[in-house]
Ligand binder design. Structure first.
Ligand code: AOF
Ligand code: ZN
Length: 371
């Protein structure tokens, strides 16, 4: 049993190699072991390419007969972009399969494990399950609920302010925190921002290989798989000559009415999406559902205080990441989040799950308290 956990830990490490590139698919790793010896390993690198099990079987070859497969996700049983892994494991003669968790994809959902059991393979599930789920929170959320996992990233001074009254806000945090945000972007399938932030900071919302602080080959692969950028710009205030539209492929611009101008954005290589909401705001939940429909598992909201407050108030934030910078911006500066609360009773409770040093800054991760 302790061996099972150790081999699964290795499979999870392999799965993590897909962190920045798998996109709409889950991150999955697989190790093949025979007589206590590792005979093959593999991971899923990109949607459309080989699944972890198939890659591990390829590495093990004939030796896979009679081996145990450790997989961080239930082997698939369906024909997607690739044929079923359960069948590949059977064909290779694997005699035992240990999975960390069931596949939440309704096309699989236990059928992969059942097929293996029916064929006489010894199957167990649930080894290092919490760790496996943590790696694929977004995929699980999208498969079960049709929405992505939403991270809201904010940066503030020690006195809880985010920008000067003028709006000037860049570089509160140091280089290490900026690299950390680059990695958050890189693991996300979409980055959402608002017109205020983009106009103020002329941010391009791209992943830049040299700023990721990763090993060069991995950084290049991560930067080659840029997340989709979604700009919430209800009244189409961000001009097409903004930096955002000049770099790295398409941006999805979300507005109230497309004003018959969709062709202009299309000609610039972007897309205009009209999503009317209420009270002059676009329907954020509809946007998230649309992103999930397009295969986004994890999204990062990097916006100004107003849009950040709107996401929070709509109950759409799964994780809040606050970078705390060792500075004071003073009492004229803007608050972190626009959240007009009048009474203590309205103040939400959060659970802080992690506090860690990032260079000279600190990163606090918090989740809304489950009801
Ligand atoms: C596995 N191993 O490495 C992955 C799995 O379109 P496809 O063929 O890539 O299938 C994608 C689905 O397969 C995905 O939604 C998930 O259910 C499963 N992913 N399964 O056994 C893997 N990536
Ligand atoms: Zn598969």
């Amino acid at each position: 049993m302790t061996d099972d956990r150790a081999w699964m830990a290795r499979a999870l490490q392999l799965a993590e190699r897909g962190l920045y590139t798998v996109r709409s698919n889950p991150r999955v790793g697989c190790v093949l072991v025979k007589d206590g010896v590792l005979i093959g390993e593999g991971w899923h690198a990109r949607a459309g390419e080989g699944h972890a099990e198939v890659n591990a079987l390829g590495a093990a070859g004939e030796r896979a007969r009679g081996a145990t497969a450790y997989v961080t996700l239930e082997p698939c049983s369906h024909f997607g972009k690739t044929p079923p892994c359960a069948d590949a494991l059977l064909a290779a003669g694997v005699s035992r399969v240990v999975a960390a968790m069931q596949d939440p994809n309704p096309q699989v959902a236990g059928r992969g494990l059942q097929r293996l059991r029916d064929a006489g393979v010894e199957v167990s599930c649930g080894v290092l399950q919490a760790e496996a789920e943590a790696l694929n929170r977004g995929f699980i959320r999208r498969m079960r609920g049709g929405l992505p996992w939403v991270r809201l990233k904010l940066a503030m001074s020690l006195d809880g302010r985010t920008a000067m009254a003028s709006g000037e806000s860049q570089w509160i945090t140091g280089a290490a925190a900026r690299a950390d945000v680059q990695r958050l972007r890189a693991r996300s399938d979409a980055v959402i921002s608002g017109a205020d932030a983009v106009l103020q900071d002329s941010s391009a919302l791209t992943v830049r290989a040299e700023q990721l602080g990763l090993e060069p080959a991995l950084a290049e692969r991560a930067a080659a798989a840029q997340p989709l950028r979604a700009l919430i710009d209800g009244r189409l205030r961000v001009p097409l000559d903004a930096r955002l539209f000049q770099q790295h492929g398409p941006t999805l611009v979300v507005c109230h009415h497309d004003q018959g101008r969709a062709g202009e954005w299309q000609a610039a290589g972007s897309e205009l999406l009209a999503l009317p909401g209420s009270a002059g705001q676009v329907d954020l939940q509809a946007l998230l559902a649309e992103l999930a429909r397009r295969g986004c598992n994890e999204v990062l909201v990097e916006s100004g205080a107003r849009l950040a407050g709107a996401f929070w108030q709509a109950g759409l934030v799964d994780e809040l990441l606050v970078y705390l910078a060792p500075t004071l911006l003073g009492s004229l500066a803007r608050p972190l989040l626009e959240l007009p609360l009048a009474q203590m009773a309205e103040a939400p409770r959060l659970q802080i799950s992690e506090v860690r040093a990032v260079g000279e800054d600190w990163r606090i991760t918090a989740r809304p308290q489950p009801l």
